[in-house]
Design a protein around this ligand. Structure first.
Ligand code: B12
Ligand code: SF4
Length: 449
């Protein structure tokens, strides 16, 4: 059997900037250690053309073709930029060049595994953390057997078209990553930032979110030495000095965070970094260490400045936490933005106006407002939207559905926001871009006092 395995990153979306195919980078590192007899070829659809991909497949006939599907759509409140048809076409074209098994996975697949398996002509799909089950599946393909691996404590699941078989996997102990020079070159030069995970899993229960459902509530931290090694190597080999830690929320497992950031300081890595934070659970001492280790910007996934709405959304903090944490960032001169999800479940117009009024109490920030909450399968929001008669209980939510409070008045909201004199920005993720000259996010210039 041919020992080549194709790892394809299907993503071609470049807003707010092209993002390194991190899923493939973690999978490849895991697979290289466990299947040394195989050769893993990374094919990134941001970098190569479909003709080049097909040429590669026809020439090499890899034993398995693994496709990473990151986005299902652009997140905008329209049906523009849906990527499913592109994925379907991509698979059709690949199948015209080979009959080798196709395995799919990634964040988009993990949200809609059943629909993808039903609508796409593929052999396997892996939901959630992919490392262990992909390794077991490829091993079985190479050995001509079938994957029967089952461990109950993880959330990952293997879907198989032929056998209807369903396997689970445990969480892996310590994810690690490999960066590849041609990819680094492209992403570093086209985005000005590189990505890395420091932890997986989220213990929270925000009513609209799929992350804990697909990637687990148990927080699993990445080995600090391996992060330091990755950053050091990327700096020495490629001159990379600006990182985005792609954890769903950075400031959980704070003892670990202190050890990690202290190690960045002790190793004199001299980098800048940013991440998603929740607007609570940071002490002055912690912020001081983060700052010293290079923290330059924070994206607070705040979502509302109204306490009742925060409670409805399943958040665990209040506006006074938000104020305190924002002021802490300000004290250490760390640029920060807040994202806000207006008019979601329970966020009546009165509460939206309270959020806008409260924004006056914050200073030196940018406020990125999005309207409504996207309804994803298996979430509490889905249950509530069904109860309210907003969606049908049999709706698989594959078509874009957004929960928008019936009271919501966009014009009134925009006017009230503009009167505050604060940097309110509505629905413009493209403004969250990075400077390609590696000096940080472009939104920093939108900040108003
Ligand atoms: C950090 C992040 C960002 C950052 C990225 C920063 C950076 N420099 O990398 C920013 C803010 C820029 C961003 C932007 C966007 N994002 Co985003 N982002 C995330 C987040 C929180 C983490 C992604 C990440 O890096 N994960 C770490 C890697 C290691 O994990 P992974 O890719 O999931 O890979 C694992 C598994 O999925 C699996 N796997 C992956 N590939 C494969 C392939 C095979 C064959 C197999 C078997 C398994 C497998 O194994 C991997 C290892 O365990 C996710 C949340 C989530 N639920 O994943 C959203 C998420 C991926 N983003 C999403 C979206 C929509 C977007 C945007 C389109 C939003 C917008 N309009 O701006 C853009 C698109 C960016 C682009 N150019 O493609 C959605 C995608 C699904 C959807 N709804 O379409 C997610 C899931 C959020 C959500 N809940 O909706 N994002
Ligand atoms: S929205 Fe963020 S904090 Fe809330 S459950 Fe999802 S990942 Fe966790």
């Amino acid at each position: 059997m041919n020992n080549r395995i194709a790892l394809i990153s299907a993503n071609q979306y470049k807003e707010p900037y092209p993002v390194y195919p991190l899923g493939i980078a973690y999978l490849k590192s895991y697979l290289l250690k466990r299947l040394p007899m195989c050769q893993f070829d990374t094919l990134d659809m941001n970098i190569i053309s479909i003709d080049q991909l097909i040429h590669y497949i026809k020439t090499n006939q890899p034993a398995a073709i693994c496709i990473s599907m990151r986005n299902i759509d652009c997140f905008c409140n329209t049906n523009k930029n849906r990527f499913f048809d592109y994925y379907k076409e991509l698979i059709k074209t690949i199948k015209s060049a080979t009959n080798r098994p196709i395995i799919i996975g990634g964040p988009a697949f993990s949200i809609y595994p059943e629909v993808f398996m039903q609508k796409l002509d593929v052999d396997y799909g892996i939901k959630g953390e992919g490392e262990e089950l992909l390794y077991r599946t490829i091993e079985a393909i190479v050995n001509g057997s079938s994957c029967t691996y089952t461990q109950a404590d993880g959330n990952s699941e293997l879907y198989s078209k032929k056998t209807q078989q369903h396997c689970n996997s445990k969480w892996i102990d310590s994810p690690s990553v490999v960066f590849e020079s041609n990819l680094v070159d492209y992403y570093w030069h086209n985005s000005g930032i590189m990505s890395l995970q420091t932890k997986r899993g989220c213990p929270f229960n925000c009513i609209y979110c799929t992350y804990p459902i697909n990637y687990g509530r148990k927080v699993r931290t990445v080995d600090i030495d391996s992060i330091i090694e990755s950053i050091k190597e990327a700096k020495e080999r490629y001159g990379i000095n600006y990182w985005f830690f792609t954890d769903p929320v950075f400031n959980i497992a704070n003892d670990y965070n202190i050890k990690l950031t202290q190690a960045i300081i002790d190793n004199k890595l001299n980098i800048s970094w940013g991440s998603y934070f929740s607007p609570t659970d940071i002490t002055d001492e912690q912020m001081a260490i983060y700052k010293k280790s290079g923290l330059k910007h924070i994206e607070f996934g705040t979502e509302s400045f109204c306490d009742q709405t925060l409670e409805e959304y399943g958040k665990w903090y209040t506006f006074s936490d938000i104020l305190r944490t924002s002021n802490l960032a300000l004290k250490y001169n760390i640029h920060y933005l807040h994202t806000l999800l207006l008019a979601g479940y329970g966020d009546s117009q009165k509460r939206v106006l309270e959020t806008i009024e409260n924004s006056k109490k914050l200073s030196h920030t940018a406020l990125f407002a999005f309207v409504g909450l996207r309804i994803y399968p298996n979430t509490v929001l889905q249950e509530r939207a069904i109860l309210e008669g907003m969606i049908d209980k049999n709706d698989n939510l594959f078509e874009h559905k957004v929960y928008i409070h019936k009271d919501f008045d966009l014009e009134r909201t925009r006017k009230a926001a503009s009167k505050t004199g604060k940097a309110w920005i509505f629905d413009h993720t493209s403004q969250m871009t990075f400077n390609s000259d590696n000096v940080g996010p472009k939104w920093e210039c939108l900040i108003k006092p």
